[in-house]
Structures are given as structure tokens and as C-alpha cells.
Design a protein around this ligand. Structure first.
Ligand code: NAP
Length: 281
């Protein structure tokens, strides 16, 4: 049987219809004030600029406002912290997105952590991560949270399953592993020092590829009937997993593009709407 396609684009589109309604209600309840996401882009990385633009477009589609803060390549940590502070205390701003990666002189962790918890709609702070890991209320890191939403949308069972996450970055691999653990999967986290990676992957019921290297995870490492989630996206339209040969072998897979990417943006917007709703609650 061909693999079920976990269609992130379709799920994101469905959610946007519902989000437009919720934004309209929020406006009504706040005397016409439009909920707003602030995006911060530091430096001129073209890929980051594209991602920020896509996030602003998604705001527009659901009727949310967005402001685009653009800061130069030479920005210092202090300057960025001051800008975040300004947005933290801006009552018209419901959420803050600080686009990663930032120029090397910036203390990225300090800047992420300066975002107040109720505006951390991209789920990047240590506090948010800790709360999420402990099962407390917090916005999840957008990409892994989007993956969890996608798996839920297709009723993919996680409990008791052997899940292998390849990658341990603060925004993706680590929170992904915690979310799967909280969903009662048995989780293995792999990274650049992991030994016998193909062997570990071959035992996985669920594989999440978050490595950042095109088609690094080979199709023949993955067992028949597995659930395959590919977070990567590289020039040429390939992800971190060699997906081609898996289409007639695994139970389900996320396409590249159109799988994880749209769910990341959609989760950011969903969490921004939730932040607006919480403020009015
Ligand atoms: P990252 O910060 O570069 O982290 C990559 C991870 O892969 C690291 O933990 C690294 O291990 C691990 N790794 C590197 N080489 C490895 C190897 N040979 N064997 C096993 N593990 C290895 O990347 P990221 O930000 O997490 O992103 C991962 C992927 O997801 C990228 O393809 C990125 O484009 C994609 N992504 C997509 C979205 C989206 O919205 N769709 C959002 C974010 C990221 P060490 O920790 O040991 O170095």
C-alpha cells in the first residue's frame, strides 16, 4: 500500500479558515484592535528574510496585523535586547518572532530568553521549554509543535512507540523529543556523536529527521511500516531523509515541501491567536 501522505499544507489551510474566524472575534472583543505579531529579522540572510515574509503573509491571510522589525548585520546584543524589551511592553503586540539564525556577535540565547513568556509564541525561551517539558502550560517550539499537530490530525498513534529523533537543536530536536515523550512514546535522541545511527533508526516506529543535511538519513535504514517525519528543506526540494524509495514501504510520511514547513508557520500563527485570546480572557 502506498504511504499515507501527512499533508501539512492541507492541514494548515484548514486551520487558517478557523483562525480567520477567531481573529475576527478577537477584533470584535477588543474594540476593533487587530491582534499583532512582531517579527524581528537581524541581518540580510536571504533564507531568513523569505521565512519572515512567509510568516507575515500568513498573518495577513487570517486577518492579523504584523510589524516587521529589520535590524542591520552589525546589530549588538544590547541593541537587540532593547528592541525586544520595547516589544515586550507594547500592549498592541501579542507575539514576538525572533528569526534564527542571527549574526555571530549576537548572544542568541540571551535574546530569545528576554522574550516574555506570554509573547513567546514561537516557543524559543528556556522557560517555555522547561514548562513544556514538565507538562505545564507553554507555547511549544513552532516546528516540533507543528509536527505534533500534524501527527494528531492524522491520528498517528504515539503511545508506546519507539520514536527516534535525529538532531538535538534547541528549537527542533530537543523539544521534539520532549513532546514525543510527553505523548508516551519511547524516545531516542541521536546527534553527531551517535554511534551506529543506521542500526538505531532501523528499530524506529517513528523517525524524525532534523539534521540539516540533504537526504542524510537513507531510505534503507528505515523499516517497513514506519512513520517518517522530515523537518529538512534544501535546495532542489529535498529534505533530511531520502524519501523517494519510502513511498511504497512506510505507513506514512511528510512530503518535502508541503509537510512540516507549512505546519511550522501555521503553529506560530495559531499560538499568536491564542496569545491574543488569553490576553482578553
Ligand atoms: P541544527 O541546529 O543545525 O541541528 C542539527 C542537528 O543535527 C544537531 O543536533 C546535530 O548534532 C545533528 N547532526 C549533525 N550531523 C549529524 C550526523 N552526522 N549524525 C547525527 N546527527 C547529526 O539544525 P535545526 O535548526 O535543528 O534544523 C534541522 C533541520 O530542520 C534543517 O534541515 C532545517 O532546515 C530544518 N528546519 C525546518 C524548519 C521548518 O519550518 N520546516 C524549521 C527549522 C528547521 P550535534 O548537536 O551533535 O551537532
Amino acid at each position: 500500500m502506498p504511504a499515507q501522505i501527512l499533508d501539512g499544507k492541507a492541514i494548515a489551510q484548514q486551520t487558517e479558515a478557523e483562525l480567520s474566524e477567531r481573529v475576527a472575534q478577537l477584533k470584535e472583543r477588543s474594540a476593533g484592535q487587530t491582534p499583532m505579531l512582531a517579527t524581528i529579522l537581524v541581518g540580510g540572510d536571504p533564507a531568513s528574510a523569505t521565512y519572515v515574509r512567509m510568516k507575515q503573509n500568513a498573518c495577513k491571510r487570517v486577518g492579523m496585523a504584523s510589524i516587521a522589525v529589520e535590524m542591520s548585520e552589525e546589530t549588538t546584543t544590547e541593541e537587540l535586547l532593547a528592541k525586544i524589551d520595547e516589544l515586550n511592553s507594547d500592549p498592541t503586540c501579542q507575539g514576538i518572532l525572533l528569526q534564527h539564525p542571527m549574526p555571530s556577535q549576537i548572544d542568541e540565547r540571551a535574546c530569545f530568553d528576554s522574550i516574555v513568556l506570554d509573547k513567546d509564541v514561537d516557543g524559543v525561551t528556556c522557560l517555555g521549554f522547561g514548562r513544556m517539558a514538565m507538562g505545564e502550560e507553554a507555547y511549544g517550539s513552532a516546528t516540533p509543535q507543528g509536527i505534533m499537530r500534524l501527527l494528531a490530525a492524522y491520528d498517528i498513534p504515539l503511545q508506546g512507540k519507539n520514536a527516534v529523533v535525529v538532531g538535538r537543536s534547541p528549537i527542533l530536536g530537543k523539544p521534539m523529543a520532549m513532546m514525543l515523550l510527553n505523548a508516551n512514546a519511547t524516545v531516542t535522541i541521536c546527534h553527531s556523536r551517535t554511534e551506529n545511527l543506521p542500526d538505531i533508526i532501523s528499530r524506529a516506529d517513528i523517525v524524525v529527521g532534523a539534521v540539516g543535511k540533504p537526504e542524510f538519513i537513507k531510505a534503507h535504514w528505515i523499516k517497513d511500516g514506519a512513520i517518517v517525519v522530515d523537518a529538512g528543506y534544501h535546495p532542489g526540494g529535498v529534505g533530511d531523509i531520502e524519501l523517494g524509495p519510502l513511498h511504497d514501504r512506510v505507513a506514512a510520511l511528510t512530503p518535502v515541501p508541503g509537510g512540516v514547513g507549512p505546519m511550522t508557520i501555521n503553529t506560530l500563527i495559531l499560538q499568536s491567536v491564542e496569545a491574543g485570546e488569553k490576553k482578553l480572557a
